[in-house]
Design a protein around this ligand. Sequence first.
Ligand code: AHR
Length: 499
Amino acid sequence: NSKDASISVFSSHRLNPINRKIYSGFTEHMGRCIYGGIYDPENPNKALITPQGFRKDVIDALKPLNIPVFRYPGGNFCATYHWEDGVGPRDKRRKRPDLAWGALEPNSFGTDEFMQWCKELDTEPYLCLNFGTGTLDEAMAWVEYCNGTEDTHYANLRRQNGNQEPYNVKYWALGNEVWGDWQVEQMTDTAYAERALQWAKALKYLDPNIELILCGREGPTTWDYTVLKHCIRARGNDPVGQPRLQLIDMHSIHLYTASENHYENVYAPLTAERAIEVASALIDLTYYEQKIPATQKRPKICFDEWNVWWSKRAPGWLGAEEKYTLSDALAVAVWLNVFIRKSADVEMANIAQSVNVISPLMTTEDGIIKQTSWYPYELFCRYMSGSLISVHLACEEYDGPTKLEFTRVTKKTPWLDVSATFDGEHVNLAVVNVHEEKDFETRINGVKGSVQVFVVSGENVDVTNMGGKEEVAIKEEMWDGKGLYTFPKHSFTLLRWKA
Ligand code: AHR
């Protein structure tokens, strides 16, 4: 009696809590992300700008999403970034060539401005350390500047700059993509692992409350295995019998997906699902090989760069000002379903990026544009939290090419992509119908009562919101929950039942 598909939701089968940090953001000194996106003091439209020089419309758009963490200042930008250039009186700040993006960095936005911006958004900062031209001394000084409470040089420098209270920055990345041949100081896996472990020790001695994120690669790589094996150790006890500090708290991986072909585009995020599985297995293997007791906190994945990015398509700055289509919005919904399904293994994920650069949110001189991909992101941020619940899908499958590099284990891929959560009050079901032509009449089992429904779709998979018209947005409606529910072709639907 289910025509095209059936979905069974097991709302009492709660699998694991979902960490809301999977909805985190990323703001890099790249293109118009910081200058023009977050910070825009010279904008002639003064009504748009806060007294600190921030874009008010960007804050107003992001704030309701309750984004838990923002990563900063890069990305590749970190590899030559010296944080001291960006603090203190603005007229004394050093301008520097930015080697990552071939730009001139004015440093008029730096650590203190980023902290103020985070405060405005009621979010936590996550800082990425310079593993290119930076030194351990400089990294320790940054931690001291941000978190120091004693009468020490860098804590006092922060106070002198008008910030009495420590920022208590918890998350710090041990470099960014240091394996890449575009880095000014590309490293081998073993060289990186040795340096990361030494830095981790020093940084944790300085501030044991911080959490450190190791620089992995895409997940299923020798790099990931080598750096995990070297840096994740049994804590054991120090010579006076005290347990040693946990040095590594998360393992970072990055992946961008995209294709000209709609089906390759929407299924490509499933590579991330496999990447998370393999990276998590490598962490397990490391625990096994190093005989680390199961009681020792196990690092999870920090997917701190993910998105659809097809640089050839974007004519804007360095190919980063993507114009997202409905197909891309559906791919983003599949990405987010992956993070929900893998929420036992993923502690944090950061959409790359949060404004103007490969972003669902764009600024113009006089306002903002919410791209197609904004809407699934908004719905997930608003509703898909609590616990992961078990869901079973029976559905026809797509049998064409998908380019799923890491998922060759299966060739067929269901037309619907699904995840479900229970947030304490509601059962939430997220369904992407990737089919370009076909609506799916679906029986939904295991849930009762009327349903709040949000649908994101558009005329066809190629439409964008960047042509002066909002082609894709959220349509909200109620469904009485009776009979079959029809998931429209090329759509993302979020259904909510009150428990
Ligand atoms: O997010 C854009 C860039 O992509 C980042 O700077 C880098 O880490 C990645 O290669």
